[in-house]
Design a protein around this ligand. Structure first.
Ligand code: ACO
Length: 431
């Protein structure tokens, strides 16, 4: 590859910045030596213009609405792959053949139980506990049961802990829901597939005769998980990498990612979208038009949830898949949802509005995912948990890539200090 440089002219002096070439997409101007040679730092709030890593996992062209994992288009994966296959692709860098997939499925299946002592941990939370809080706490708490697998520099330990997280996350998630409704925890049933097992743990009630799992529901859940599997350097993934860069273990790093995902500007938006749509149904004064007007009002902090994206300046390809799929799912489960009609009306109104057109604000994955989760009977407060189950393989693949990258350094941004200096301590009685 040709060694290319960019010139930066600063206070009359030329500085050479190495250019890192991508396979496709943005080139990277290397400013890592800038402070050393000039004493200056770059300023980039939210790291909106900063690449924190070179990565081979996920490619996004936000302008064209393209998303690929290890070179495979998300539309192709959503139509053809199971979630465990996509997890394998992300973690092991290739699609598994039949034998590899079979071993992978069996390995995950072998670890679905969580330690019995963890039951007391679930018991300790109040009934009202948000399942994301339980998920994050239980994830980091799991590290206490696997202290032998916590060395972030050890390849075998990574595999053991990644396997356990993949296997146990649905169990923890389902138990966090059972806790919230005061029902007994349902143990995993390893004759079932990954998605079916999760449905079983969520909805099985010991006193009730077991019913078979609707394949249409399992298929829809599989598609949802595939669509959430990775999304390059988003807020939660950057958090997982950042926490991991201090050589914190995988459980702790993923737990931090779950916390970052919880926020309403990130994964928490899927819950907020449904609450927003429900508000339009419940409040006679709220309409699609009035919501759009509020979102545009600079004096109102309200934002149209499920709209806009840091990277996509076009329709989020995941939202496109889900919008098309929502009709099919609603048909398959035999329900009509007034919120879906409102969502479509809201989308149409926003897409024709100058404010949204000028800012290139389109529906993101969270706009339609909640409607499908709802159709599958997943309670609203569990939506972001579903996102977390889906995103787990991406977080772990990114964490692994970070530990293998010779360029990795502990994440430690600089600042531009704008506060006071050299003040003299004033005794409390004189303040
Ligand atoms: N409703 C109304 N206005 C919006 C919205 C929205 N949903 N999103 C962005 N804007 C406006 C901003 O006010 C800003 O306008 P201005 O230029 O007049 O100040 C402009 O569009 C650019 O927005 P930023 O906030 O600068 O964009 P940023 O990249 O920082 O934020 C984000 C992206 C957080 C996703 C934002 O679009 C948002 O808050 N959306 C709603 C929450 C949401 O759906 N989050 C899920 C994202 S997808 C995911 O995480 C899985």
């Amino acid at each position: 590859m040709v060694d290319r440089h960019a010139q930066l002219r600063l206070d009359g002096t030329e500085h050479e910045l190495q250019i890192h070439e991508p396979t496709i997409g943005n080139r990277g101007l290397d400013i890592s030596k800038l402070r050393g040679t000039t004493g200056d730092v770059t300023y980039d709030p939210g790291f909106a213009n900063t690449a924190g890593a070179k990565s081979t996992i996920t490619y996004i062209d936000g302008g064209a609405g393209i998303l690929q994992h290890r070179g495979y288009a998300i539309e192709d994966l959503a139509a053809n792959a199971t979630f465990l296959e996509v997890a394998y692709l992300l973690l092991f860098k290739k699609l598994p053949n039949e034998a590899e997939l079979s071993v992978w499925k069996d390995s995950v299946r072998n670890h679905t139980l969580i330690n019995e002592e963890m039951k007391r941990f679930f018991d300790a939370f109040p009934r009202s506990a948000h399942p994301m809080a339980i998920l994050s706490s239980a994830t980091t708490a799991s590290s206490t049961f696997y202290e032998e697998f916590l060395d972030p520099t050890d390849e075998a330990s990574f595999h053991e802990s990644a396997l356990r997280l993949m296997a146990k996350m649905p169990t923890i998630a389902a138990w966090s829901y059972k806790k919230s409704i005061g029902m007994p925890y349902t143990y995993p049933k390893n004759s079932l597939g990954y998605v079916e097992n999760f449905i079983h743990m969520m909805f099985h009630i010991p006193a009730v005769e077991e019913s078979s799992i609707d394949p249409a529901i399992a298929k829809a859940l599989n598609v949802l998980l595939v669509l959430h599997a990775d999304h390059e350097q988003n807020c939660s993934t950057a958090t997982v990498r950042g926490v991991g860069s201090s050589q914190a273990n995988l459980f702790a790093s993923v737990s931090a990612g779950i916390d970052a995902l919880w926020g309403p500007l990130h994964g928490g938006a899927n819950q907020r979208v449904i609450e927003m749509l429900q508000n339009i149904v419940d409040d006679p004064d709220a309409t699609a038009t009035s919501m759009i007007a509020r979102a545009k009002d600079p004096n109102d902090s309200f934002r149209l949830m499920g709209f806009g994206h840091r990277v996509y300046k076009n329709y989020d390809p995941r939202a496109r898949v889900l919008r098309a799929y929502a009709d099919e799912v609603l048909d398959a489960v035999g329900i009509t949802d007034p919120l879906f009609d409102i969502a479509k009306e809201l989308e149409q109104t926003a897409l024709e509005d100058d404010y949204f057109i000028e800012r290139k604000l389109f529906p993101n994955v969270d706009f339609y995912s909640g409607l499908i989760f709802r159709a599958l009977n997943i309670p609203t407060r569990m939506f972001t948990v579903m996102f977390a189950i889906g995103r787990l393989p991406g977080w772990m693949a990114q964490w692994k890539e970070m530990t293998e990258d010779p360029d990795t350094r502990i994440m430690r941004p600089r600042q531009i200090y704008v506060g006071d200096i050299d003040k003299t301590y004033v005794p409390i009685e004189d303040r």
